[in-house]
Design a protein around this ligand. Structure first.
Ligand code: SF4
Length: 93
């Protein structure tokens, strides 16, 4: 199991959506992430270059783990969270 998969599995197994949101909300009180007020992170569709831009911001974000934990546990259905666009798209190959 990769490190990322292990982290996601742990997030699913141990954290409720409410607890994940509380952790993310608390972190947001101390730090404004680079996605703040950026409409790309709430867009319905992203062009490949927009996905790459969002991914670059997320990869350097100190809130990545809290953001990812919330997205996974809450099963978000829209938006761009912690390096992943939702809803997740099936690959065509
Ligand atoms: S990891 Fe989450 S909080 Fe950080 S920039 Fe990406 S979407 Fe925003």
């Amino acid at each position: 199991m990769s490190r990322a998969s292990a982290r996601k599995a742990a997030a699913k197994a141990r954290v409720t959506p409410e607890a994940a949101w509380a952790a993310l909300h608390a972190a947001l009180e101390d730090y404004a992430p680079p996605c703040t007020d950026d409409p790309l992170f709430t867009a319905d569709h992203l062009a490949p270059e927009d996905v790459a831009f969002c991914a670059s911001l997320c990869s350097a974000c100190p809130l990545f783990d809290q953001c990812e934990a919330y997205a996974i546990t809450a099963k978000v259905s829209a938006g761009y969270w912690a390096g992943t666009a939702y809803p997740k798209r099936k690959k065509n190959w």
